[in-house]
Design a protein around this ligand. Structure first.
Ligand code: ATP
Length: 238
């Protein structure tokens, strides 16, 4: 059963067609990857799904809701971690988690989440005093605190060291095992290969391939990265 249903989505910024006629479905319980070069339209696509941007054309259904109309319910049921999510500098980690938890009727255990993300000893640290990787991990915690049915994670592990990346992968696999659907925007082929059940390859605002990591690699007769380069290279563009 699909939990995200996108039909003929279009979004322009002035003369730039950031998303140009995207249709895809995300199934309940899968980890769905979105990969593409810089500027391919990945963030714009997930921002439309999260109700943060209004599309110019097409339709989006998320858990049967319309992100443009049902924003309040969508925010209760969909967790979002975006690339640039800044918090007030002086807000402490523990306060941020408590604040976000207060938005939801049945939040997750904040202490447990912070421990899972290696932030247990940072509860009293102000946001501005965290390292880039710690800020990133806090933004993941805040996306998951409301026990979302869908988690949208944009550049999940950018800026994390190899240990933190692996811990984060385990966390994501853990929430998927509990039935949460995950939409993952990533530039890392190893991450996409290891975590994703299916991947959409976006190029210049269009889906140029949608398959399992193994299926994409097999089509290119090599690795997922070979498939990515072949599908999004200059020569592959119309
Ligand atoms: N607020 C905006 N105003 C104008 N143009 C924008 C805006 N946001 C994005 N764009 C443009 O839309 C296109 C798609 O951008 P988007 O950020 O969705 O791509 P992306 O695939 O997420 O890129 P990256 O991998 O670099 O994060 C790009 O050409 C970008 O320059």
């Amino acid at each position: 059963m699909s939990v995200i249903d996108i039909e003929n989505l279009h979004k322009r910024y002035g003369g730039t067609a950031a998303v140009a006629d995207v249709s895809l479905q995300v199934e309940r319980g899968e980890i769905f990857g979105i990969i593409g070069r810089n500027g391919a339209g990945k963030t714009t696509l997930v921002e439309c799904v999260a109700g943060l941007r209004r599309p110019d054309g097409g339709t989006i259904g998320v858990l049967g809701l319309d992100p443009g109309r049902d924003g309040a319910e969508l925010r209760r049921r969909v967790g979002v971690q975006l690339q640039q999510s800044a918090l007030p500098d002086r807000l402490r980690v523990g306060e941020a988690v408590e604040l976000y938890a207060s938005f939801y009727p049945d939040p997750a255990d904040g202490d447990r989440l912070l421990a899972d993300l290696g932030l247990a000893d940072r509860r009293r640290t102000a946001y501005a005093k965290l390292s880039g990787g710690q800020q990133q991990r806090l933004s993941i915690a805040l996306a998951l605190i409301g026990r979302p049915e869908i988690a949208i994670l944009d550049e999940l592990t950018t800026g994390l060291d190899p240990h933190a990346r692996r811990d984060t992968w385990r966390l994501i696999q853990g929430i998927r095992d509990r039935g949460v659907t995950v939409v993952l925007v990533t530039h890392f082929m190893d991450e996409a290969e290891r975590l994703c059940d299916r991947i959409a390859v976006l190029d210049a605002g269009r889906v140029v391939a949608l398959d399992t990591p193994a299926g994409l690699a097999a089509r290119a007769g090599g690795t997922l990265e070979d498939a990515f380069v072949a599908l999004t290279g200059r020569e592959a563009r119309p």
